[in-house]
Design a protein around this ligand. Structure first.
Ligand code: SAM
Length: 280
């Protein structure tokens, strides 16, 4: 089943959180000269047209990136992310939203490598087209979870793995834990970031419990909620679970979460959460 299209949701509050964390991790990894692999298991189309039919229909980006990309009180830690967004909107009008592969492309260096997988028959060619001339990148139409076995450990022994499935299948909540376990078995020092939506809180509690039961150490949970938990309103919050987070990430996100919540949920509904769920 591949009915999910990220173009309906690009630039929403969940993307803002996800891509903020993504950009902070990449920025931290660049502090060392040594190259690293960026592996994006569920990469999407790459670029999303915000004036297109899909984004216009939901208008989700208006409650997300549109609220913050041109503010003049941006915290410094948000700069790499927002500069990447601005690079795709150089005339000052928000027309395109870069997904995780394009944010990575903007932030990675010549010596780093990029491995992207996407299965959707319409999104895959779009993604491949974006990277046609990028010699750092490999774009394949394969199952993202399989990459956690076949691509790890990377030759460079440094890596950042983003796992961002659509969760249209309930089994995704178990598949992500199994996938991470497979990856970690091969490459325990990698940085893994898993995105999750809060639709039913119980699903997330169970997923976290399963992840804790794997014995994996050093797990940070980061969450931004627009509304209180509810089983009636769809996605009320989203989060990132980061394994082996760069040491500054906890402090950076503690500050940024409050700022993002203030801008994106001005009525104060919802919550922020940052917690080391498993110690080092
Ligand atoms: N990571 C992207 C970003 O931040 O811009 C968004 C990705 S979107 C949430 C999830 C994508 O995963 C969809 O484009 C979907 O087609 C793709 N997908 C679903 N199952 C997959 C699988 N098993 N392997 C690879 N891609 C898959």
């Amino acid at each position: 089943m591949l009915s999910y299209r990220h173009s309906f949701h690009a630039g929403n509050h969940a993307d803002v959180l996800k891509h903020t964390v993504q950009s902070l991790i990449i920025t931290a990894l660049k502090e060392k000269e040594k190259p690293f692999l960026y592996l994006d298991t569920h990469a999407g189309a790459g670029r999303y047209q915000l004036s297109g039919e899909h984004a216009e229909r939901t208008g989700e980006y208006l409650e997300g990136i549109a609220k913050l990309w041109q503010r003049d009180d941006i915290p410094e830690a948000l700069t790499p992310y927002l500069n990447a967004v601005k690079a795709y909107n150089s005339n000052g009008t928000l027309r395109f939203y870069p997904g995780s592969p394009l944010i990575a492309r903007q932030l990675l260096r010549e010596q780093d490598s990029i491995h992207l997988t996407e299965l959707h028959p319409s999104d895959f060619p779009l993604l491949r087209g974006e990277f046609q001339r990028d010699t750092r990148a490999k774009v394949v139409r394969e199952d993202g979870y399989q990459q956690l076995k076949s691509q790890l450990p990377p030759a460079s022994r440094r890596g950042f793995i983003l796992i961002d499935p659509p969760y249209e299948l309930k089994t995704d909540y178990q598949a992500v834990v199994k996938g991470i376990q497979e990856g970690y078995k091969r490459f325990a020092t990698g940085v893994y970031a898993l995105w999750y939506p809060v639709v039913l809180r119980q699903q997330i509690k169970r997923m976290l419990k399963d992840l804790e039961a794997t014995g994996i150490r050093n797990i940070l949970q980061i969450e931004l909620a627009m509304l209180p938990d509810s089983d009636r309103y769809g996605m009320t919050a989203s989060g990132m679970i980061v394994i082996n987070p760069p040491w500054k990430l906890h402090a950076q996100m503690q500050t940024l979460l409050l700022w993002l919540h203030g801008v994106l949920a001005p009525n104060g509904t919802g919550h922020t959460l940052i917690e080391q769920v498993v110690p080092e």
